[in-house]
Design a protein around this ligand. Structure first.
Ligand code: MIC
Ligand code: SF4
Length: 640
């Protein structure tokens, strides 16, 4: 029986378990990446493991999120990461070098290898044929220390691409189509594997847009074959030696198949406030816009930005529109400067930002009150832009650029064909790796500024929990709700006590105060709780506030792992209807917890209503041990 590409890479890296769908497997991690806003916690945890040098092939620490530096906190974090990286054998990518996923695919991505990153968009690496997975910082720290990474052996979805995209339609529209079909929770414990004739016509940057935004499906990852296009890209990056051909066997067996006819695809947008709220551009055409933001790890490659520049050339951004462009990397910006495309953008009236995440994570450029913002990014959760009542539409660079000129949402088909016709992926990239700092092996003093506070400690699981319901939230609550990030909060990613005062405030501003007053409690949630980012802070802040358990209809993969890693019980309603019976302030009793966790089924008594409900723990035996120990670090200490 043939193997899928995913199975082939997993087989090469399998350390624990067998490739049986739904069972837990441990895989060897070749490479890791961190970024600054999850990195400080990851490195504090790595330091606690007492491992002198990382054991991976390559580990890279990027600075790309917190770059506004409105106070000393950001740069304190950068210096901590730079010094800790140098000490432990980690390559440091200086601020300004670019967004981790864009730079990683340019300079380090290697077909057939594994990559674990403390950022949910790490699957971008699947565009170059890697098995690239996002995780919490602690899991990345363990991988840097040589430990395997555990996942549920995923189901594998075959996405067959037929035909060829029409001018004005892009790879962004392919992933929007996949999101329309599968939704933001359709990818949990699944890998999306792209195959078929249509793959050949997609360049590596096109593919990376798709694998990047595959994160929005909740998928473990997405992957493309490594073929002639991959070889061309690696050769152009002067890394031809990193190429190996890789694809699925012709008789590989998939768990589900879907076919996308590229010829039929049309430009689309993800409408507010979810990446799966897909609408055809035609339906939105003519809507007045206030802002256009082009960039992010989804669409900031040289190829994308040259198309944008070509559309803008000779035009002027509409009077009432602010257009901001953030190039994905120093390589991209440098080449745009050299080939004159940067001048075309500036001339049209674009505001050029530095290479980084910027507006994607609300680090500046928040839209106006009730503003309409068109973004080439991957997430449009309510409030993520920094403006609570703004409406954010996610679109391709083509839609963004043409709409910026017209001042209204505009279908690019027939309007940009000529402009973008000549734009191709570079045959030779400008390679000058001078913003990477290599670890030298010398003695390094790790510098921790006053903003860097220790991560909260966890304790062994207790026999009973008697606590109140502190909040009841609906389906698809994101980690942006649980631990909001914006220009005001991102500087405090190393300071959990400070951040905890903002925990879940987009859902209920009183939550942190209530949690503190009652000495902790229980969160009740709907489906897909914790979707979105990998930020461990969405578990660490509740931990700090004394949250003992979350009872939900279902959980997103990374967030569930982060809860378990920190000793918080991720309980699932056995009967979903019981969600309706729990209300804010209800007093809950969980008794005989140790026995219940062992059996992976517990009884929750609602002392307020007198009703008993059943909840289950969908965890592996390894995770059970972690829950008993009160989290991963405690478990590691116990097993020493
Ligand atoms: C995001 O896009 O939400 C982030 C910011 O990159 C996060 C990481 C973080 O919260 O620091 C992610 O995607 O994991
Ligand atoms: Fe940065 Fe946005 Fe990408 Fe997250 S999604 S890594 S914030 S550019």
């Amino acid at each position: 029986m043939g193997l899928t590409l995913t199975e082939k890479i997993i087989k090469e890296h399998l350390v624990v378990g067998e490739m049986v769908r739904g069972t837990e497997i441990g895989i060897r991690i070749d490479n890791t990446l961190t970024q600054d806003s999850t990195g400080t916690m990851a490195y504090l945890q790595f330091e606690a493991m007492d491992v002198p040098k990382v054991k991976t092939k390559k580990s890279i620490a990027y600075i790309d999120h917190n770059m506004l530096q409105t106070g000393p906190e950001n740069m304190d974090d950068h210096i901590y990461i730079q010094t800790v990286a140098k000490k432990h054998g980690i390559i440091f990518s200086k601020p300004g070098n670019g967004i981790c996923h864009q730079v990683n695919i340019e300079r380090f991505g290697k077909p057939g290898e594994t990559l674990l990153g403390s950022d949910s968009h790490t699957p971008t690496g699947g565009g170059i044929g890697m098995l690239a997975i996002g995780a919490g910082g602690l899991d990345v720290a363990v991988a840097m220390a040589g430990g395997e990474y555990y996942i549920t052996m995923p189901e594998i979805v075959k996405v067959e691409l037929k035909g060829k995209l029409q001018p004005g339609v892009t790879s962004k529209d392919i992933i929007l189509e996949v999101l329309k079909r599968f939704t933001v929770k359709g990818g949990i414990n699944r890998v999306f594997e792209y195959v078929g004739e249509g793959v050949k016509s997609l360049s590596v940057p096109d593919r990376a847009t798709i694998t990047n935004m595959g994160a929005e499906l909740g998928a473990t990852t997405s992957v493309f074959p490594s073929d002639q296009e991959t070889k061309l890209f690696l050769t152009a990056q002067k890394r031809e030696e990193d190429f190996i051909p890789l694809n699925a066997d012709a008789d590989a067996i998939y768990d589900e198949e879907t076919v996308i006819d590229l010829d039929q695809l049309i430009p689309m947008a993800a409408a507010p406030h979810s990446p799966d709220n897909i609408k055809p551009i035609d339906e939105l055409e003519g809507m007045k816009i206030n802002q256009v933001a082009i960039g992010s790890c989804t669409n900031s490659s040289l190829y994308d930005l040259m198309k944008v520049a070509s559309i803008l050339e000779g035009n002027t951004v509409a009077e009432e529109v602010s257009l901001v462009i953030s190039p994905g990397s120093k390589q991209v910006l440098n080449m745009l400067a050299e080939n004159g495309y940067l001048a075309k953008m500036i001339d049209a009236g674009a505001r050029i930002l530095e290479c980084g995440c910027g507006p994607c994570i609300g680090m500046g450029q928040s839209p106006n009150t009730k503003g309409i913002s068109l973004r080439t990014f991957n997430r449009n959760f309510k409030g993520r832009s920094g403006t609570t009542d703004a409406d954010v539409y996610l679109v391709s660079p083509e839609v963004a650029a043409i709409s910026a000129i017209h001042g209204v949402i505009t279908n690019p088909v027939g309007k940009v064909d000529e402009a973008v016709a000549g734009v191709e992926v570079a045959k030779e990239f400008k390679v000058h790796d001078n913003m990477f700092v290599a670890p030298t092996g010398e003695e390094v003093e790790v510098i921790k500024g006053p903003n860097i506070k220790p991560f909260p400690k966890t304790e062994k699981l207790k026999e009973n929990i008697h606590k109140n319901v502190l909040i009841v939230v609906e389906d698809n609550i994101t980690t942006d709700h649980i631990m909001p990030s914006n220009a005001k909060l991102l500087p405090y990613r190393s300071n959990i006590p400070y951040l905890s005062d903002y925990c879940l405030t987009p859902c209920d501003p009183e939550f942190p105060a209530r949690a503190k007053e009652q000495g902790g409690g229980i969160i009740v949630a709907g489906h897909n709780y914790g979707q979105g980012s990998s930020r461990e802070h969405a578990a660490l802040a509740p931990l700090y506030l004394g949250i003992k358990a979350v009872i939900a209809k279902s959980f997103a993969r990374i967030h569930k792992n982060n809860l378990i890693n920190n000793g918080i019980l991720p309980l699932i309603f056995k009967d979903e209807k019981d969600y309706d019976g729990l209300n804010l302030g209800d007093s809950l009793s969980l008794d005989n917890i140790l026995v219940g966790v062992e059996a992976k089924e517990l009884i929750v008594k609602n002392e307020t209503t007198g009703k008993e409900i059943k909840v289950v723990l969908d965890i592996t035996d390894r995770q059970k041990e972690m829950i008993f120990a009160g989290g991963l670090i405690n478990m590691m200490k116990e097993n020493k």
